[in-house]
Ligand binder design. Structure first.
Ligand code: ADP
Ligand code: MG
Ligand code: MG
Length: 210
């Protein structure tokens, strides 16, 4: 099995569902260490992505991700909008105009997304940001893709599981980037909202391929 535009559209649809379902939770996560808007930002952004997908249906996975990037940049705002916008744009560029995505190309697109987030936000691993979900995810994805039996579903599952573990592992960290860093030591003991939403996005990618 390879990933095609139908998978991409389903992925983005499941992202929108996940953001709507988890809107209150993401707001709750952003309350103690931020400004309580992450759930609202992500829900608004992905609802807008759904509207754009319906208006101008993409013909390739890359086109779907590019449309997503543009929409998230203009609708999400805050820190997360430009970061996710850059991630989806870099992933779209990595896929180019391919109609189908194999494990190696999938892993390359995930690496490009993570690299885009790092280029934009300058966070390092352990700074208690979405990078702490994305870096373990891309490492797991690369390992799964390199495995001879690697198939796209295995790559996506590896990425989602690692992102979920990475998000949980932000709980004890002290934030060194973004709004949460204003709290210093008091940011410890809370999950990073952007790491949590990143794990939801990567889990939705599994749902779309399963
Ligand atoms: P804002 O903080 O502007 O209200 P959001 O609440 O939507 O934006 O998003 C906050 C999330 O953005 C954080 O939980 C964190 O994961 C991510 N973030 C913030 N700054 C950075 C950064 N410099 N690099 C990577 N991720 C960041
Ligand atoms: Mg916020
Ligand atoms: Mg905000």
């Amino acid at each position: 099995m390879l990933l095609d535009v139908k998978w991409a559209v389903k992925w983005l649809t499941l992202c929108a569902e996940a953001m709507a379902e988890n809107r209150a939770w993401l707001i709750e996560l952003d309350r103690p260490i931020g400004d309580s808007d992450h759930g609202e930002n992500m829900d608004r952004g992905f609802q807008a992505v759904l509207e754009k997908l319906a208006e101008s249906p993409p013909e390739t996975p890359g086109a779907a991700l590019k449309l997503t990037a543009m929409t998230l940049m203009s609708k999400v705002g805050g820190a997360a909008g430009p970061l996710y916008g850059t991630a989806f744009l870099r992933a779209a560029t990595a896929l180019g105009d391919a109609l189908e995505v194999d494990p190696a190309k999938l892993a390359a697109a995930l690496v490009a997304a993570r690299d885009g987030i790092v280029a934009r936000g300058k966070a390092e691993s352990g700074d208690k940001t979405m990078v702490d979900a994305w870096t373990p995810a891309v490492e797991a994805a690369q390992a799964a893709a390199a495995d001879g039996n690697g198939n796209v579903l295995a790559v996506l599952v590896a990425a989602a599981e690692a992102a979920e573990a990475g998000a949980v592992a932000t709980d004890p960290l002290v934030a060194r980037k973004g709004r949460a860093s204003y709290l210093g030591e008091r940011s410890a003991g809370h999950r990073d909202p952007g790491a949590a939403s990143s794990a939801l996005i990567l889990r939705a990618a599994v749902g779309a391929a399963a």
